[in-house]
Ligand binder design. Structure first.
Ligand code: ATP
Length: 262
């Protein structure tokens, strides 16, 4: 099958362990190219662990993980190559404080390409423009609001034109207005740049409106997979407990999986 016809992400029979604990089991997931997928679930349910398997930071204890048409490699050089195709936006932004916004966005281009300086400058300008921050190019992270800093980090994650974007809690610490800006940016960039986006979040109500698909993780498994509308109308007690924020129900309160690795 041609690479572009394969799903952006495909997991089959995957088990993910952290130390002696099985965090996720029996994971089957296909993320179609071009889609926005919300990965939902209570704290500690294994959402970040799932992302770690996509980026090859965590090797599955069982099953197969394919990203952008290839099995996630374990050899360092091949893994680095694959990772260039995955733009990651982490909670903490990870901006270097002694570099300007433009210099932060330029970092991946300097590290992974040999493009001449004027081309890098032009690309940085385009990425900052894409997140509506061209005027902030020369500001340092301390001079940016939380929402602006998140957008600079987003521009940096886009620097190498990755076909797959992965967002780990992109709304943490943002007020409702900045959250709305980030969610609509994520959605707009996905559509205009032809990306595939995976958003790990517990901000259900902000994320579902821009998502094509949603999965819910609880009790070490995917307990729901479908459209946002199907999720909202689900009567599954696990899903309802999570969506309605009920402390009592089939999801253990501290959400720590009790199961041990085989
Ligand atoms: N590096 C690690 N080593 C050992 N255990 C880990 C590691 N990272 C996560 N865990 C454990 O794996 C489980 C799932 O954690 P994970 O961070 O994937 O959950 P999460 O759903 O992303 O949580 P949150 O919403 O709070 O970020 C937790 O019990 C956590 O303690």
């Amino acid at each position: 099958m041609p690479e572009s016809n394969t799903p952006a992400v495909r997991l089959a029979d995957v088990r993910l362990d952290r130390g002696t604990r099985t965090v996720l089991r029996d994971i089957a997931l296909e993320v179609p190219r071009g889609s926005v997928t919300a990965v939902l679930g209570p704290s500690g349910s294994g959402k970040s662990t799932l992302l770690a398997a996509l980026t090859g930071e965590l090797v599955p204890a069982a099953g197969t993980v394919e990203v952008l048409g290839q099995r996630v490699p374990q050899r360092k050089r091949e893994l680095l190559e694959l990772r260039k195709g995955i733009g990651v936006l982490l909670q903490g932004n990870g901006l270097l404080t002694d570099l300007t916004a433009a210099e932060n966005v330029a970092l991946p281009l300097r590290m992974h390409t040999r493009l001449p300086e004027p081309v890098i400058r032009r690309l940085v300008e385009m990425k900052l423009h894409a997140v509506g921050l061209r005027a902030a190019a020369d500001l340092f992270p301390r001079e940016l609001s939380g929402g602006m800093a998140r957008r600079v980090a987003l521009a940096r994650a886009l620097a190498l034109d990755p076909p797959l974007m992965v967002y780990d809690e992109p709304l943490t610490g943002l007020d409702p207005i900045a959250s709305g800006v980030i969610m609509s940016l994520i959605s707009r960039l996905n559509d205009t740049l032809g990306l595939t986006s995976i958003i790990v979040t517990h901000h259900v109500h902000e994320t579902l409106p821009v998502a094509d698909r949603a999965i819910v993780i609880a009790n070490a498994r995917i307990v729901f997979s479908g459209t946002p509308a199907e999720l909202q109308s689900s009567t599954d007690p696990l899903v309802r407990q999570f969506l309605d924020g009920e402390p009592d129900g089939p999801i253990a309160f501290d959400a720590a999986p009790q199961e041990r690795a085989a």
